[in-house]
Design a protein around this ligand. Structure first.
Ligand code: SF4
Length: 245
């Protein structure tokens, strides 16, 4: 838990896939092993405090685009029940018909019931997961992501959207492009997060980021199904910490 962490937690995204976005707080990712991630530090075991914080920011939602993205430095299962109920109420009040949540692979079997819960209110869910790369050997031996399949098709049975992590040692223009292409083939949307330095062992590789900027950014920046976050605050939320599942 970060005691004095005070990031922006609400923003409106007007470009590609217009939506509002809220960064809520839950009890924290239960995996916590990814060797590039400190997002999970934005968490607290104090459910009442989490709900109070989440309520404050959910009140800002207006439904301006009819879509809401909820991120919480973990998975939707890490949110307290009061917060989830409030998200439902906010959507009903403001006519929001589509909500994006994030979820780690290990909670994939909880997604179907969560979709049903919102579908009962005629709200469609889009579930995003951080795959980071489809090279499963690199992903599991180096990143320690905790995804127990090497099949994009199997991941796509559960998830609608993926996040990729790019700009790290070992990646090439070819490997990054291959990951983006695989993401676009099997998923509705791809969100590319460029690695940023934090206290974890995996560091950004400036040479790889340069290759991304020169070769891949121009290729995908105008693709309506691709979000590119050169900074982890690019969606307007976050500060010290943001999260891509
Ligand atoms: S990237 Fe997501 S799953 Fe991995 S440790 Fe961070 S919060 Fe947990």
């Amino acid at each position: 838990m970060m005691e004095d962490f005070n990031p922006n937690r609400y923003a409106v995204i007007d470009a590609k896939n217009p939506r509002e976005i809220v960064m809520l707080r839950g009890h924290g990712c239960t995996w916590r092993r990814c060797r590039f991630c400190d997002y999970h530090l934005d968490s607290s075991k104090d459910e009442a405090a989490n709900f109070a914080l989440n309520q404050k920011h959910l009140k800002k939602v207006t439904g301006v685009h009819g879509k809401l993205e909820v991120i919480n430095s973990g998975s939707f299962v890490d949110l307290d029940e009061q917060t989830v109920a409030l998200i439902e109420q906010v959507c009903l009040k403001h006519g929001i018909k589509q909500v994006h949540f994030e979820c780690h692979w290990r909670h994939r079997n909880e997604i179907a019931d969560f979709r049903k819960r919102f579908a009962a209110h005629d709200i469609e869910l889009k579930i995003k997961t951080g795959v980071e790369t489809f090279d499963s050997l690199f992903r599991e031996s180096y990143l320690d992501k905790g995804i127990t399949t090497d099949s994009p098709e199997e991941i796509a049975e559960y998830f609608d959207e993926v996040c990729l992590l790019q700009g790290i040692p070992g990646q090439t223009a070819k490997s990054m492009d291959s990951d983006i292409q695989t993401g676009l083939k099997h998923f509705e949307r791809v969100c590319i997060n460029i690695m940023q330095e934090n206290g974890r062992p995996i560091k950004p590789d400036p040479g790889v980021i340069r290759i991304f900027s020169q070769e891949l950014y121009p290729k995908y920046i105008n693709d309506s199904r691709v979000d590119i976050l050169m900074e982890n605050t690019a969606f307007g939320v976050g500060g010290v910490v943001t999260h891509a599942e």
